[in-house]
Write a protein that binds this ligand. Structure first.
Ligand code: HAM
Length: 416
């Protein structure tokens, strides 16, 4: 038993085999899909100077209650990143990517930190696969990012995701909507939950996100009636492109997002297995973020996908990838010989292992049955005659192979 003060912090997880293999496979699939769409990998530090993340919105949960913010020994005010978009925007500006040919398509994978109340599928450290497309203001960019998100979700085995999409308008049309929304909710103030009272003053659009006051929300004014011509045309073009490409999306007039940098398109995908309000991925357009960081405004759109949530939704369809492993078992006295053969095989590019506990041959073969596809038997008369017994653990058949032909034999049996 681990001592209580050494236990891992609440809301965090250890990822062990075989789950860790699923994560690796998941990463491989989504990276391949992002590459298919022209995106390239990037990384940012897991901590940034704190003001970077203020740009996601001072009134958001992430900034208000959930930040892992600390001052280091040198007095720097730092924050563990709660999300990737602001960090990528900082990197885009700092590395002069606006001077590179546009659009710039980037993807990333890594841990995010939010001090949320731990509950099912809500962690204090979670992993996101995210993509950001910079430099294109037009609907095809939004459509491309939505199509990639859907393709990635399908590639990992989640069938028929329906993406909920909305447009939250722009600086031209959103203020009038916000006023209408506040006016409507003020009229029903007595019925509102405590959170909505606070939202009314600080972040009225988030009123639509309330999981409690749903009956009030049902009659709230619809953003679509307030869209300016440009926002309407943009939304319709995105919808037409995505639907035309055979992907399912549905407009959700109540969809707003928990971060403040979005303009126009926002989208999210949930899953019946996960509760309401628990999204598999979410994203949208954020044309003002780099401008808010003191650089020229560059149009951008992206999404973040929750890796833990995705894996939990597809677990049954997502088998543990198997490693074509060779197990070099040995008769008594041949432990180092077996180790050496395993090492030769590893140097030749095979996945190979030998017993390191000097166990009986029976125990070794039991282990091999669990972990490997081929067992090689080292020792005895065969070894003296320059031979190794090779047993196919899937079929149970075995053959003797000349020692110097083992690698060729294994390669011929699909082990490399
Ligand atoms: P977000 O909706 O806050 O967006 O997070 C993206 C995804 O990360 C969520 O849909 C969810 O799957 C996962 N996620 C978030 N918080 C947790 C948590 N506490 N535990 C487990 N999973 C979680 C963003 O972060 C934006 N940066 C996305 C984006 C990229 N927008 C534009 N580009």
């Amino acid at each position: 038993m681990i001592q209580p003060e050494l236990q891992r912090p609440r809301g965090t997880r250890d990822i062990l085999p075989p789950e860790s293999w699923r994560v690796e496979k998941f990463r491989e699939i989504v990276f391949a899909m992002a590459t298919r769409y022209g995106f390239e990998p990037m990384e940012t530090p897991i901590f940034e100077r704190s003001p970077v993340f203020l740009r996601v919105g001072e009134a958001t949960d992430i900034v208000q209650h959930e930040r892992y913010r600390f001052t280091d020994a040198g007095g720097d005010d730092l924050t563990l990143r709660p999300e990737g978009t602001a960090a990528v925007a900082r990197a885009y500006i700092e590395n002069g990517l606006s001077m590179a040919p546009q659009p710039v398509r980037l993807f990333y994978w890594g841990p995010m930190f939010r001090r949320e109340n731990p509950q099912a599928e809500r962690y204090r450290q979670h992993t996101q696969f995210g993509v950001e497309l910079y430099g294109s203001p037009g609907p095809p960019a939004d459509a491309e990012v939505i199509a990639l998100a859907t393709a990635a979700v399908e590639a990992v085995g989640l069938r028929g995701p329906v993406v909920r999409v909305n447009s939250i308008g722009c600086d031209v049309c959103r203020p009038a909507y916000r006023d209408a929304l506040v006016h409507y909710y003020r009229g029903r103030q007595a019925e509102l939950c405590a959170d909505c009272h606070a939202r009314l003053d600080k972040n009225p659009l988030r009123l639509l996100d309330c999981k409690v006051d749903v009956a009030i929300r049902a009659q709230a004014p619809d953003l679509a009636e307030f869209w300016c011509d440009a926002c309407r045309a943009h939304y319709q073009a995105v919808e037409a492109l995505v639907v035309g490409a055979g992907r399912d999306i549905r407009r959700d007039p109540h969809l707003v997002r928990g971060l403040d940098y979005y303009t126009r398109t926002v989208f999210e995908v949930g899953h019946p297995q996960l509760g309401t309000g628990v999204a598999l991925f979410g994203g949208g357009r954020y044309d003002g973020l780099t401008g808010g960081m003191g650089a020229p405004a560059v149009p951008a759109v992206g999404f973040g996908m929750g890796v833990e949530r995705m894996l939990s939704a597809v677990r049954e369809h997502f088998p543990v990838p198997s490693v074509a492993r060779v197990y070099v078992a040995h008769l008594p006295g041949f432990e180092t010989t077996a180790w050496r053969l395993a090492e030769d095989l590893r140097q030749a590019g095979f996945c190979a292992e030998s017993d390191l506990l000097n166990r009986s041959l029976k125990a070794q073969l039991k282990d091999a049955g669990r972990r490997a596809r081929f067992a090689l038997l080292v020792g005895g008369r065969e070894w003296d005659n320059g031979l190794v017994v090779a047993r196919d653990l899937t079929t149970g058949t075995q053959e003797t192979v000349p020692r110097d032909q083992v690698a060729v034999y294994l390669a011929g049996n699909g082990m490399k």
